[in-house]
Design a protein around this ligand. Structure first.
Ligand SMILES: Nc1ncnc2c1ncn2[C@@H]1O[C@H](COP(=O)(O)OP(=O)(O)OP(=O)(O)O)[C@@H](O)[C@H]1O
Ligand SMILES: [Mg+2]
Length: 312
C-alpha cells in the first residue's frame, strides 16, 4: 500500500480547473518533491491530501483512508503550510506545548526542548511568536510539524525565508527522519538545489497536470537533448562564440560564462560545433558532454514563461 495515493484528482474553483486528473503515489520513507510554477496547484494538492479541501472529482488516500472523512488519520500527519498559522500571541515554547497536547502527548517537555534547540530557537523560547522574523517563524513551524512524530510530513516551501544554515539544518533533519524513522515527506519547493539534494523522486506540475515524474536522474535522461560544455582559450569571448553558433543554426539554447560555453546540441555533431568555432577564430581548449541540470529539465518542461495566470 502506498502512503499517499492520488487517483485522477481534480479540483475546480468556479470555472478554473486548477488540478486536472492528477495521479501519483508516494511510498513509505520517500522524500517526494512537488515542483511547478506559481499558481500551478501545489498548495491545492497538499490541502486536498490533508482533507482541508474536497476534490471536485477523483480521490486521494493517505494510508488507504480518505483524509476528508477519517479524522484519526490526521493525527498521523505533520503539516507546514505556506502560511504557518502560528498563534502570534503565544511564546515559542507554549506554541509547541499546545500543539503537542492537542495531539495527545502527555509529557512533551523534553521533546519540545530538544526541538527548540535543534531549530536554533532555544534562546527565544520565551518570546512571543509575533516578535519573530520570517525565518524564525518558519523554523518554529517545522518544529511544530514534526513535534508529534508524524508518519507523513507535508511541507509547503519549508526553506522559504531560511538562511543557508537554516536550509542545511532542515535538509539534514528531513533526510534523517526519512532514513531513521521511515517518515514519508511530501515537499513543495521552488528551491531546486534543495530538491536535488533531498528528494528521491519528483513530480513537475504545470497547467493542472503532472508533466513529468520520476527520479531526478530519470528525468535528466528522459527530458531533452544532451548538453555540451565547450572550454575556449582565455581571451576568447564566449558570448560572441555562442552568437556565432546560434546564427549558424548549430545550437538553440546556450549560455556563456567567462571562457565557457554551455549549449544544447541541436541534432548536430559536437565536431561540427568545434569546426565552426575554430574556423571563426575561437580556439577550443576542451569539449565535454554533461548531464542536464535539474533547472534545465524543469525549464524545458514548464517553459521559461514564469508565472501562470488564471484563465479568465
Ligand atoms: N480558495 C481558492 N479559491 C479560488 N481559487 C483558488 C483558491 N485556492 C487556490 N486557488 C487558485 O488555484 C490556483 C493554484 O493555487 P496554488 O496555491 O495551489 O498554487 P501553488 O502551486 O501552490 O503556487 P505557489 O508556487 O505560488 O505557492 C491559483 O490559480 C489560485 O488562484
Ligand atoms: Mg503554494
Amino acid at each position: 500500500m502506498h502512503v499517499i495515493e492520488a487517483d485522477h484528482l481534480t479540483k475546480q474553483f468556479g470555472s478554473n480547473t486548477v488540478l486536472d486528473a492528477i495521479s501519483l503515489q508516494v511510498s513509505a520513507g520517500e522524500v517526494f518533491g512537488y515542483l511547478g510554477p506559481n499558481g500551478a496547484g501545489k498548495t491545492t494538492t497538499v490541502r486536498l491530501c490533508l482533507g482541508l479541501l474536497q476534490p471536485t472529482s477523483g480521490q486521494v488516500w493517505i494510508f488507504g483512508g480518505d483524509p476528508g472523512q477519517n479524522l484519526p488519520l490526521r493525527a498521523r500527519l505533520g503539516v507546514l503550510l505556506e502560511n504557518s498559522g502560528l498563534d502570534e500571541r503565544m511564546t515559542a515554547r507554549d506554541c509547541l506545548n499546545y500543539h503537542a497536547r492537542l495531539y495527545g502527548m502527555t509529557d512533551p517537555g523534553s521533546r519540545i526542548d530538544y526541538l527548540l534547540d535543534f531549530v536554533g530557537l532555544w534562546d527565544r523560547r520565551a518570546d512571543r511568536v509575533g516578535s519573530f522574523s520570517t525565518g524564525m517563524k518558519r523554523k518554529l513551524g517545522i518544529a511544530r510539524a514534526i513535534c508529534h512524530e508524524p508518519e507523513v510530513l507535508f511541507l509547503d516551501e519549508p526553506s522559504a525565508g531560511l538562511d543557508p544554515e537554516g536550509q542545511k539544518m532542515i535538509r539534514e533533519l528531513l533526510l534523517e527522519l526519512a532514513a531513521a524513522k521511515r517518515m514519508t515527506v511530501f515537499i513543495n519547493s521552488h528551491n531546486l538545489s534543495e530538491v536535488q539534494r533531498l528528494c528521491s523522486r519528483i513530480a513537475i506540475l504545470n497547467h493542472g497536470t503532472i508533466r513529468a515524474m520520476g527520479t531526478i536522474e530519470e528525468l535528466r535522461q528522459r527530458e531533452g537533448r544532451p548538453m555540451l560544455e565547450i572550454g575556449l582559450d582565455p581571451g576568447s569571448d564566449a558570448h560572441e562564440a555562442g552568437l556565432e553558433l546560434a546564427a549558424a543554426g548549430l545550437v538553440k539554447h546556450w549560455e556563456a560564462g567567462d571562457h565557457q560555453l554551455r549549449a544544447e546540441l541541436n541534432g548536430h555533431k559536437s565536431s561540427d560545433l568545434v569546426a565552426l568555432l575554430v574556423q571563426r577564430g575561437f580556439p577550443v581548449a576542451e569539449v565535454t558532454n554533461s548531464a542536464r541540470t535539474l533547472e534545465e529539465v524543469y525549464l524545458s518542461i514548464v517553459g521559461e514563461g514564469g508565472t501562470q495566470c488564471d484563465p479568465q
